[in-house]
Design a binder for this molecule. Structure first.
Ligand code: NCD
Length: 337
């Protein structure tokens, strides 16, 4: 895939080679992401960060990634403060935004909305989540995390056993991650959810098409056993018609240190796209796991910045110019001590 000038909307656009290229470029971002050096290769470029749905890390991480390459960020947050609430079409918003910015990162509650926006945009658009559909950059950072965590454990990457647990129907991160892993051989999936929140058939078909096997169960303890990676998700309460309906499922699966010790294989990596729902009635990933060295959730956010830097560099065609635009870093950073 030629990245320059392309929208990044769905995992469907990627093949194995392009994913490997993104990972390779993400690796070259280490000195900038860890504040060893500055890079201003995107000096003068503008990112429009358009977030029409709640977000903390995805929005900040897109902005940070762009800033770390020397670019500038303009943002709009929420639907009510944007002209979409005055009836403007996504097409018009895209036409206008493309006059201001060089690249767009966007999140929106409707399935297909980011692709619709992209049809009106002549600058690259990156999907930061379109309703329950897809979240391709999260999947890429999750894959990058899995690789780095397995490598740090000295584990073989040839076969990866992964259990995805929680709201697999509405969780866009698990949809994109499953499709992404389908590009690789020897992945063994286990999907654990209440029946009503099961992984959609079209995602299961991707596994079938890729010739990958999967287990489906409601049994939490079965899902915890004998995995390399456990990927927990929050019940996506904002996708339910009523809070009462969402509450039927919140709190059904709660991983804590004692269950981890009892059921998980040694060094099972624990991931979650975040936010964890830390309210007592949900609590799918207990705070008592915070000191577990295999809890990768905060490292995931670090890898996310590098992956988003890589995507910006690739779609703006500067991935081979980074070192030409390096500078020493002048300020204190606790990352160096
Ligand atoms: C996820 C999302 O928004 O889909 N968060 C994220 O982007 N890291 C998961 C979630 O909200 O549960």
């Amino acid at each position: 895939m030629v990245f320059q000038g392309q929208h990044i909307l769905s995992i469907d656009q990627l093949d194995r080679e392009s994913v490997e290229r993104i990972i390779q470029v993400a690796d070259t971002m280490t000195p900038y992401a860890t504040r060893q050096k500055c890079c201003n290769v995107l000096d003068g470029a503008i990112l429009a960060n358009l977030f029409f749905e709640p977000s903390t890390r995805t929005r900040i991480s897109f902005g940070t990634a762009f800033n770390l390459l020397g670019g500038h960020v303009r943002e709009t947050v929420g639907m009510t403060t944007s002209s979409l609430s005055k009836g403007e079409s996504l097409y018009d918003t895209a036409k206008v935004t493309a006059n201001y910015a060089d690249v767009v990162a966007m999140r929106h509650p409707d399935v297909g909305s980011v692709a619709e926006f992209a049809r009106g945009s002549n600058v690259p658009v990156i999907n930061g989540g379109d309703g329950p559909n897809e979240h391709p950059t999260q999947a890429l950072l999750d894959l990058y995390t899995i690789y780095n965590e397995l490598e740090a454990l000295g584990k073989d990457k040839a076969t990866i056993k992964i259990a995805m647990i929680g709201d697999l129907k509405n969780g866009r991160t698990v949809h994109s991650l499953t499709r992404l892993l389908c590009l690789f051989p020897n992945i063994e999936f286990t999907f654990i959810s209440p029946q009503a929140l099961a992984m959609p058939d079209k995602i299961l078909s991707s596994c079938d098409d890729a010739g990958l096997s999967f287990n489906i169960s409601e049994d939490f303890e079965f899902g915890l056993k004998n995995q390399d990676v456990i990927y927990l998700t929050r019940v996506q309460e904002e996708r339910f018609t009523t809070q009462e309906e969402a509450n039927l499922y919140r709190g059904k699966y709660c991983l804590n240190q004692s269950l981890y010790k009892e059921h998980c294989a040694k060094n099972t990596i624990i991931m979650h796209p975040l936010p964890r729902d830390a309210r007592p009635e949900a609590n799918e990933l207990s705070n008592d796991m915070n000191d577990n060295p295999n809890l990768a959730i905060f490292r995931q956010t670090h890898y996310g910045v590098k992956v988003r830097m890589a995507l910006f560099a690739l779609v703006l065609g500067v991935e081979d110019k980074l070192t030409q635009f390096e500078q020493p870093m002048n300020w204190y950073s606790p990352r160096h001590s």
